[in-house]
Design a protein around this ligand. Structure first.
Ligand SMILES: Cc1cc2nc3c(=O)[nH]c(=O)nc-3n(C[C@H](O)[C@H](O)[C@H](O)COP(=O)(O)OP(=O)(O)OC[C@H]3O[C@@H](n4cnc5c(N)ncnc54)[C@H](O)[C@@H]3O)c2cc1C
Length: 412
């Protein structure tokens, strides 16, 4: 591995975009990736179901500002416009009444308005939540299914800094496949975790098991959780404010539980949204039969998603099938085929779904946006401004930071 101008740590959406930007500016670079593949949290696989399935990101959010959307269109991919509205709402096994569905929509609008106007001292979304199961159902999307956190762990300030992600599209080929295509021409050193970054040397030196590589600057795209767990050591230590910021941006969790349902559509239409509200936030959302394939894709988020991860895939799949039987009858069991559960919490080099600021700590994102000694820069979904938590946002963050690095390395 040769010494370069810029070393980029991570070949996810942010790292690949940073590499392309650095290359376009004529600087030399190396991308070091811990996993044996590119894409990071963008990963489409046909292994489980014989059709492309996104283990990580799937929706092309904010399509009007998302560069991946234009590329999917140009490539002639099969795209479906899908904004989430709850088409079918259940409280446990009971179907919500029309009045309850209307009340849930109103509660959702109320919550958005309260967050917009908030100027109090209690920065937790839960502080704005009216009592009752209807209000809770309205907040399930905003909380566990969207932010990957329960609402008492979400900062209002952080939440409202995030953009409305409409319009949303879904592709049958997979967002992970699109990111892989985007990064296909970027040379990446795979299976090369960076263990340590020295910055008391000229520039930086990145220590890996395959040797040490020197560069004038580093762009670090690993998640804040990976950094909080000190998967990458820094010598000398980073400033305290940066270290605190890693801990103030813990990862939320979103777990997918796709289950094959063969020979019936259960009276549902492709792309219907079905939400089952349950006690103690053990809620589950289903994206029903996307592109009319035989899959009900379950989603659980927040603390419950961590709990199910700990219980394991068999428990997770049983949980989903039991919920479906509870609503559609035990006959469903005869139609169940293959199933799986994603495990982003157990992925050492990610450790969760995406970052969300602790209540009162929304400023942590601004701290990490500051480079250290003009040599160590951070990028990724957690630093994507209004498009935080999204794959398109991660790419834009990688591009923005790479442009700043190029400028900082240019002769003045
Ligand atoms: C279940 C799930 C569903 C999601 N759904 C959506 C969605 O529908 N739409 C959407 O837009 N977004 C979604 N997201 C979020 C989206 O996937 C991420 O925001 C985005 O992919 C993050 O890109 P990134 O480059 O910032 O980070 P990553 O993809 O995590 O890339 C960072 C890379 O750094 C590598 N790395 C870490 N440590 C080291 C090290 N020490 N040395 C070398 N390499 C290292 C990692 O292996 C990884 O490849 C979802 C995420 C999950 C988990």
């Amino acid at each position: 591995m040769q010494d370069v101008d810029v070393v980029i740590i991570g070949a996810g959406s942010a790292g690949l975009a940073a590499a392309k930007t650095v290359r376009a500016a004529g600087l030399s670079f190396t991308v070091l990736e811990a996993m044996g593949r590119i894409g990071g949290r963008a990963w489409t696989s046909s292994e489980a179901f014989g059709v492309p399935f996104d283990i990580g990101c799937a929706w092309l959010h904010a399509a009007d500002r998302n560069p991946y959307y234009a590329e999917a269109q140009a490539a002639g991919w099969t795209l479906h416009h899908h904004d989430m509205n709850v088409d079918h709402l259940y409280f446990g096994k009971r179907k919500a009444t029309e009045e309850e569905e209307d009340a849930t929509r109103r509660a959702d609008a109320d919550l958005c308005r309260l967050m917009e106007n908030w100027s109090g001292t209690d920065d937790r979304v839960s502080s704005l939540l009216a009592a009752g199961h209807v209000a809770r159902a309205a907040a399930t999307f905003a909380g566990p299914m969207d932010f990957g956190k329960d609402y008492d762990e979400i900062s209002i300030e952080d939440f409202r800094a995030a953009a409305d992600l409409d319009p949303n599209y879904f592709s049958s080929e997979g967002l992970g496949a699109l990111v892989a295509q985007f990064g296909a021409d970027v040379p990446v050193e795979l299976s090369t975790p960076v263990r340590k970054i020295l910055w008391d040397v000229p520039g930086v030196a990145c220590v890996t098991d395959r040797g040490t590589i020197r560069a004038r600057a580093a762009i670090v795209t690993a998640s804040p959780a990976v950094l909080a767990f000190e998967e990458i050591a820094f010598s000398p230590a980073l400033p305290d404010a940066h270290i605190e910021a890693f801990f103030d941006l813990p990862m939320g969790m979103l777990t997918k539980l796709p289950v094959e349902i063969r020979g019936t559509r259960l009276g549902l239409s492709p792309f219907d949204d079905l939400l089952i509200e349950r006690p103690a936030r053990h809620d589950i959302y289903f994206l029903c039969f996307p592109f009319d394939i035989d899959l009900m894709v379950g989603f659980v988020g927040g603390d419950f998603a961590w709990e199910l991860s700990a219980a394991g895939e068999a428990a997770g799949v049983d949980f989903v099938v039991d919920r479906l039987c509870g609503i559609f009858g035990n006959d469903v069991r005869k139609h169940v085929g293959r199933a799986m559960m994603t495990n982003w919490g157990g992925e050492r080099f990610v450790r969760g779904a995406y970052a969300a600021a602790r209540p009162g700590k929304a400023a942590a994102r601004r701290v990490l946006a500051e480079p250290v000694a003009e040599r160590i820069w951070f990028a990724g979904e957690h630093l994507a401004g209004p498009l935080i938590q999204t794959c398109g946002g991660a790419r834009l963050s990688g591009e923005t930071v790479a442009r700043q690095v190029v400028q900082s390395l240019s002769p003045r």
